[in-house]
Design a protein around this ligand. Structure first.
Ligand code: NAD
Ligand code: MG
Length: 390
């Protein structure tokens, strides 16, 4: 029996995780559920899964959740705030953590899980982008098990040799190919990008996801963050990470070997597949996802990304090459820019311009400890806010 804490259980990944867990009550039990402020949904989840603990973002949300749970006669204990999130992942009663909070807010609890040697199912790519080498060192030092949930990285994990050592050349690996759908604006005329609306940007053609990652997919910053994520997860140099646009989203990524073999993982675009894979690894369990019908799909196409259309992808490669603090600054600026776009305070094109300006103003510096990561994150966010207001 695995006892699971889900960080971000009311989100898109959280809900998909509970869907898979509910199919296997003999294998998985929920230890803790967490959400920022959607207490109605969280209360309903507690009623169904009976976790020991539920964590929310504020004292006010905690009060509202307690009232709802009392009404429903659910005995789950309620807590709030970052230290409660960390306690929910490091508790003895928890052995597996689904890290599915969106953005930098997930770093502290996800890192706490890494330091405590838990099995971590990592959806929260921003946490790894911010703290890459420090996070991977924490995993190694504690003996934590890190399983990628991002569909591309989960696909690559499935195509790597079983005892992969994070040194691609030692395994005859030449490169990895991350596939990208291209998002909603793959063919939209470039001269209309100024008039892109929030509704258009979050309407992803293939995946149903949270709003932040949907905008990231439209700018392709999501793929950029994934390039950095792949670098840290698999020890892959930037030069060996290629991005290929594949609008059907059937091939979730590929590994290319020295003998000319290319291994790929295919499936319907549904996050329950990587979630079920990571939960059960090395076994395989049902996820509720239907197998693909290749005859019906008929065509799989691949094209190179156009960096003029998707300048955020180039910024991410630049940040990876620069190293040190650059990926954390990139991530922080992106989070503020995307939120400002969603709040209709800046236009679609301004997202990338803002990130570039923050990166120019805060050039890469070495990062030795996690306190410096949080400090740089804070400074980059502050600067992004100032630039938006000016
Ligand atoms: P979402 O917006 O649907 O859900 C986010 C969850 O995090 C919610 O439960 C919310 O309550 C919680 N949360 C938000 N802000 C918080 C804060 N400040 N403190 C604590 N909790 C907070 O997002 P999502 O689409 O489920 O994505 C979650 C993560 O998974 C992201 O990092 C995303 O990049 C990654 N991911 C998602 C998908 C997908 O298909 N949705 C695919 C790959 C990777
Ligand atoms: Mg992905």
């Amino acid at each position: 029996m695995q006892h699971i804490t889900i960080l971000g259980s009311t989100g898109s990944i959280g809900v998909s995780t509970l869907d898979v867990v509910a199919r296997h009550p003999d294998r998985y039990r929920i230890f803790a559920l967490t959400a920022q402020n959607r207490v109605e949904e969280l209360a309903a989840q507690c009623e169904r899964f009976h976790p020991e603990v539920a964590v929310v973002g504020s004292a006010d949300a905690a009060q509202r959740l307690e009232a709802l749970l009392r009404e429903r006669k659910v005995t789950t204990a309620v807590a709030f705030g970052e230290s409660a999130l960390c306690a929910a992942v490091t508790a003895d009663g928890c052995d597996t953590v689904m890290a599915a909070i969106v953005g930098g807010a997930g770093l502290a609890p996800t890192l706490a899980a890494a330091c405590a040697g838990k099995k971590i199912l990592l959806a929260n790519k921003e946490a790894l982008v911010m703290s890459g080498p420090l996070f991977m060192d924490a995993v190694t030092a504690s003996g934590a098990v890190l399983m990628p949930i991002d569909s591309e990285h989960n696909a690559i994990f499935q195509c790597l040799p079983q005892h992969y050592t994070r040194t691609p050349t030692a395994h005859g690996i030449e490169k990895i190919m991350l596939t990208a759908s291209g998002g909603p604006f793959l063919t939209r005329p470039l001269d209309t990008f100024d008039s892109v609306t929030c509704e258009e940007a979050v309407a992803h053609p293939k995946w149903v996801m949270g709003r932040k990652i949907s905008v990231d997919s439209a700018t392709m910053m999501n793929k950029g963050l994934e390039v950095i994520e792949a670098h840290y997860l698999f020890g892959m140099p930037a030069s060996a990470i290629e991005v290929v646009i594949h609008p059907q989203s059937v091939v979730h990524s590929m590994v290319s070997y020295a003998d000319g073999s290319v291994l790929a993982q295919l499936g319907n675009p549904d996050m329950r597949t990587p979630i079920a894979h990571a939960l059960a690894y090395p076994e395989r369990i049902a996820s509720g996802v239907a197998p693909i019908d290749l005859v019906q799909i008929a065509q799989l196409t691949f094209v190179a990304p156009d960096m003029r259309r998707f300048p955020c992808l180039k910024l991410a490669y630049d940040a990876l090459h620069a190293g040190g603090s650059a990926p954390a600054v990139l991530n922080a600026a992106n989070e503020i820019a995307v939120q400002a776009f969603l709040d209709r305070r800046i236009g679609f094109r301004a997202v990338c311009d803002l990130i570039a300006r923050v990166m120019d103003a805060l050039p890469a510096s070495p990062v030795d400890d996690i306190a410096s990561v949080f400090e740089l994150d804070r400074r980059a966010r502050e600067l992004a806010h100032t630039l938006i207001q000016s």
